[in-house]
Design a protein around this ligand. Sequence first.
Ligand code: UT7
Length: 326
Amino acid sequence: MNKAKIISTGSYVPENIVTNRQLEKKVDTSDEWIFERTGIRERRIALKGQAASDLAYEASKSAVKKAGIKAKDLDMIIVATVTGDMQFPSTACILQDRLGASNAAAFDIGAACSGFIYGLSIAENFIKSGAREKILLVGVEALSRYTDWEDRTTCVLFGDGAGAAIIGLSTDDSCIIATDIQSDGSMWDYIHVPAGGSRKPCSKETVDKRLHFIRMKGNETFKVAVKTLESIALETLEKNKLKPSQLSLLIPHQANLRIIQATAKRLGLPMEKVMINIEKYGNTSAASIPIALDEAVNTGRVRSGDYILLEAFGAGLTWGSALIKW
Ligand code: UT7
């Protein structure tokens, strides 16, 4: 069986920074509350007219360049997003056109914040089977477009951005050792956008009732996130006969610093071995892990031979992990 590896990474965040102090002027909140409860100080918000594929394009260009390949070498493009440019076609097809990646099959997947891990699992299996050789995987969100800027319980949490990776055949020791993806649809209503789909198409009523914005049962979601992330991380390590102490870096989805700290504690990992950038970007959903991974690579926090664990949790509910030898 072939082995798959991450050949290169790239990321992009919009230039527009919105701080907690700025949000204090919009809703009844404070920098202290937001930072203490989430670890967030600021987030990036896409400029007017900037859509998911625009962010994805910048991150992808960087990953393609670093891989030393041409866009035409890509034979698949997977975009993980729940905030694509439009209902259809897929953002992946729009990105394919922008990149000139004319030899790729392109499609989107919607697993919310777990999207990058879900995409990695799909890409890994296409490479392992020998069906594809060079896959561009992007996690991108323009969550600000679905954020209710009058709802203090959600608007302080999210940000926009994109992260990309090229997945290909491994010919050396470095590889994706294992991916694990799971979901529990019984909690689908914990995080959702009620209208705009076939259940409640857009109407004056849905707009008036603000049903096109994210609704989240934050506290309930928090509890499930802590429990499932702890168990999937330990399960993945155990199945692959590794101890948490052998990990060089944990790269968790950046939803809440307290969730990240709880997982690290359960694994017995010191915080120096945990990648955290939530203070700068907030929760960028499917983009959070690839943005953090790219930052880890660029700052030398991931080196050849390191064992790293990626893990995510999000709407669906969905969750997943990926164990990698870099
Ligand atoms: O990425 C996908 C997965 N998503 C997650 O994993 C998110 C998980 N959830 C969370 O991160 C946290 O639950 C939140 C950050 C969303 C909320 O933190 P919490 O500690 O669970 O707070 P809470 O919802 O229990 O609210 C506590 C209090 C409430 O006031 P009362 O009822 O105690 O008077 C809220 O109204 O904090 C209030 N509150 C705020 N106060 C100031 C909620 N949002 C704000 C705010 N500013 N922005």
